[in-house]
Design a protein around this ligand. Structure first.
Ligand SMILES: Nc1nc2c(ncn2[C@@H]2O[C@H](COP(=O)(O)OP(=O)(O)O)[C@@H](O)[C@H]2O)c(=O)[nH]1
Ligand SMILES: [Mg+2]
Length: 216
């Protein structure tokens, strides 16, 4: 497994680096999706299922974490090209770190690349990675009050995946209340309730994804 050790990008403007990376990827025909959530909400599991369902699309995955290579190994087992990025203790990825990870991954022939960002609902929302779209996951066990507590993440995301809906009977999560709270912060956010375990709802998410890849 290829592991890239990253340290903080020392640049004047992360926003400018992010815009440059976005234009470069667009010209190369690569769609980069930044996936954010708390640890354990189901990012890797959702990506594994997505990669398997969309085996006609060449997909790459950058797994960003503080340590280990377990997620990148799991992604390669599912058929994606993967690289593990270590963030030197940092709780987010910035555009420079993402560009270096894409270099280590190698994007030749890839149509779609996911960045599995470091797990938390705060810092990753503050840094533009250069991705075409931001996608966040909130899982049923985490509770439907999270839009009230972490508004920036919901404001910055194009898509909210409400995952683990197969566990809904054990928790008091109200999907409609959560959808309303997210839409109040971000009227354009698309909300897809899904289960990566049973596959329920995955088709709507994958249809949206195919639309984004086709738009380039
Ligand atoms: N019941 C259920 N469990 C899930 C689902 N998605 C992920 N999990 C479980 O949640 C735990 C954390 O998942 P993981 O993908 O590693 O989360 P990550 O830290 O966000 O990448 C694992 O035990 C998964 O099996 C789901 O849709 N339903
Ligand atoms: Mg993971």
């Amino acid at each position: 497994m290829k592991i890239i050790e990253l340290n903080k990008s020392i640049t004047e403007s992360n926003d400018r680096d992010a815009d440059d990376l976005r234009s470069k990827l667009k010209s190369e025909g690569v769609t980069l999706i930044n996936l954010m959530s708390s640890p354990g909400s189901g990012k890797t599991t959702l990506l594994r299922r997505t990669v398997k369902d969309m085996d006609d699309v060449k997909i790459g995955v950058i797994e960003a974490d503080i340590a280990s290579d377990v997620d990148a190994v799991r992604m390669e087992e599912s058929g994606a090209v993967a690289v593990q990025a270590h963030t030197d203790g940092m709780c987010h990825m910035d555009a420079g770190m993402t560009a270096r990870s894409l270099g280590a991954l190698g994007t030749d022939g890839l149509k779609l690349v996911f960045l599995e960002n470091v797990g938390n609902l705060i810092c990753p929302a503050e840094f533009d990675t250069g991705a075409a779209k931001n996608v966040m996951i909130l899982s049923i066990p985490e509770g439907d009050d999270k839009p009230l507590k972490y508004p920036l993440m919901f404001e910055k995301s194009d898509v909210l995946l409400i995952t683990k809906i197969d566990t809904a009977q054990y928790f008091t999560f109200d999907i409609e209340t959560c959808r309303e709270r997210a839409l109040k912060l971000n009227p354009d956010i698309k909300v897809f309730p899904v289960s990566a375990r049973t596959g329920e709802g995955m088709a709507s998410w994958e249809k949206w994804l195919r639309g984004i890849v086709g738009d380039l």
